[in-house]
Structures are given as C-alpha cells and as structure tokens.
Ligand binder design. Structure first.
Ligand SMILES: [Zn+2]
Length: 70
C-alpha cells in the first residue's frame, strides 16, 4: 500500500487512522470524532499503531490489513 495516507496528531501516542480522500476508514473524521485542527495527513505511520476500526473496514474493502509497526 504505497499510496496509503494516514491521519494522526503530532503527538507520538495515539493511533494512525487510514485516510481515504476526505475521511478516515472508521468514519470518525466525518462524524466529528477527530478534531480537524489537530489531525494532519501523512504518507507514513511514523511508527504509530493503526486504528483497529480503520483496519477492519479497510480489510473488508481490500482483503488486506495494513501492517502494524508496533
Ligand atoms: Zn480510524
């Protein structure tokens, strides 16, 4: 998944959400669960764990899971 984008805070703790063209796979972004001023889109996880809900939804679409670094 070379072109996967990730959404997370600059804090080193917390999960990286999987970002798909304006929303996270877990839909927490569009439903207001994530403060848009604090979260930014990145090209890599930065060593963060992957949001499990995002990965579950992604797996439903693709049949794959994003590898968790931690
Ligand atoms: Zn998520």
């Amino acid at each position: 998944m070379d072109n996967m984008k990730y959404l997370y805070k600059n804090h080193p703790d917390g999960a990286a959400h999987l970002w798909d063209d304006g929303d996270t796979y877990c839909r927490q972004f569009s439903t207001g669960g994530l403060n848009p001023r604090r979260y930014h889109v990145f090209d890599e996880t930065g060593g963060r764990r992957i949001c499990k809900m995002c990965n579950d939804v992604f797996e439903e679409y693709s049949g794959y899971r994003i590898e968790d670094n931690n």
